[in-house]
Design a protein around this ligand. Structure first.
Ligand SMILES: C[S@@+](CC[C@H](N)C(=O)[O-])C[C@H]1O[C@@H](n2cnc3c(N)ncnc32)[C@H](O)[C@@H]1O
Length: 359
């Protein structure tokens, strides 16, 4: 079973810094893939919806606190209902009920999640939490018809040990992420990513019913593009520079920064595909890289600052303690406004969209 020792949920609650208010970038990616999911379910979902199945079960892995997860599950439900009607003679339709499992780490803010569920008059599903790391089983065998996860799998189960060990050749120096600048660091992250991916896929394969679908959406690097060449990579490298500035001002110790690295790895597209194929437990029904809908829009300093603050507060506070985040993101916003981003100069990550079918 899973543990929560390396767990950095998104900024909780519903105040001005919460993920609830700063998840529209992820939402835009989800919207970009929605029609593909609809088409796939309508054309290919084959779960004998007419053979007495009365409860259709959906799980969203790494759901955070909303609202994106509510949108995703409602959209899946709407489509499954259409498919159900199409596949059956309407007069003899067995009413289908829906149950949704919201999964995230136990220290995710489930109170906010359940408090902000759509009102029961509008909600067509029974809801339950399935707390625990998705790098392990969180649901019973053969219990889920459709699993979904978005913007989650770049979070590793832990930081590879060597990258924070000053004596190791894989030490990440004062970089705070695997930005693809140090070969040994890339190797260490990749080893962890492969291990985690295998555990994730094996666990989901057990939880899904035969023929069940697992929909996976997230960010990855286009083939041949290192993270430091992307604007997303540049943002995090800039946050690292701000931490170093804070060390120079005596607010933080430089040593603490040298022992800090994100448990995050962005694989390249074909690397991700290769790992799913190597694992072999699922059929890849569809795998595409799609541009992010906001790719060509100019994103403001405020937008970037709020988004990364909502994503990283827990992680930063856990390592550096309370009281660092305000100063850090004030400095970051100032740096960005002094040297505004020329998005044309930077490459961008892509959204990968994968539909897996349990063999
Ligand atoms: C960027 S948020 C994405 C939330 C939501 N899926 C969306 O698309 O808006 C990433 C979420 O993944 C969760 N997460 C990361 N690692 C996890 C793990 N091992 N098990 C369960 N949840 C995890 C985090 O706690 C966080 O809520």
């Amino acid at each position: 079973m899973s543990t929560s020792s390396h767990s950095y949920p998104m900024r909780s609650g519903d105040d001005q810094h919460s993920y609830i208010h700063h998840s529209s970038y992820q939402k835009a990616g989800i919207n970009g893939a929605e029609e593909k999911t609809r088409q796939f379910i309508l054309e290919k979902l084959d779960l004998q919806l007419n053979s007495g199945l009365s409860t259709f079960r959906i799980a969203d892995f790494g759901c955070s606190i909303g609202p994106n997860t509510f949108h995703v599950v409602q959209s899946i439900i709407d489509t499954v209902k259409v498919k159900h009607v199409k596949q059956n003679n309407e007069t003899r339709l067995v009413p289908l009920e829906f149950q949704v499992f919201f999964n995230d780490q136990p220290n995710n803010d489930f109170n906010t999640l359940f408090r902000t569920l759509p009102p029961s008059s509008e909600r067509e599903y029974f809801s339950a939490a399935a707390p625990g790391s998705f790098y392990g089983r969180v649901l019973p065998r053969n219990s889920i018809h459709i699993g979904h996860t978005s913007y989650t799998l770049h979070w590793l189960s832990k930081v590879p040990e060597h990258v924070c060990d000053k004596k190791s050749s894989a030490w990440n120096k004062n970089y705070i992420q695997c930005n693809y600048l140090i070969e040994e660091v890339i190797k260490a992250y990749k080893v962890q990513f492969i291990k985690d991916m295998d555990v994730f896929l094996d666990a989901r394969a057990e939880e899904l019913v035969p023929g069940g679908l697992m929909i996976v959406l997230g960010h990855c690097l286009p083939d041949g593009v290192p993270l430091y060449e992307t604007w997303q990579g540049h943002v995090v490298d800039t946050i690292g520079d701000c931490l170093m500035d804070m060390a120079k001002s005596g607010i933080l110790s430089e040593e603490k920064i040298e022992l800090f690295s994100f448990p995050v790895y962005f694989p390249q597209f074909s690397e991700l595909k290769g790992e799913i194929e190597k694992n072999g437990i699922f059929f890849i029904e569809m795998m595409e890289s799609i541009g992010h809908p906001l790719e060509h829009m100019s994103i403001t300093t405020d937008f970037i600052t709020s988004m990364f603050r909502a994503l990283l507060t827990t992680l930063i506070e856990k390592h550096f303690g309370d009281g660092v985040v305000d100063e850090l993101f004030n400095r970051f916003a100032k740096k960005l406004s002094e040297h505004p981003f020329d998005f044309e100069m930077w490459k961008t990550q892509v959204v990968y969209y994968v539909v897996l079918k349990r063999k």
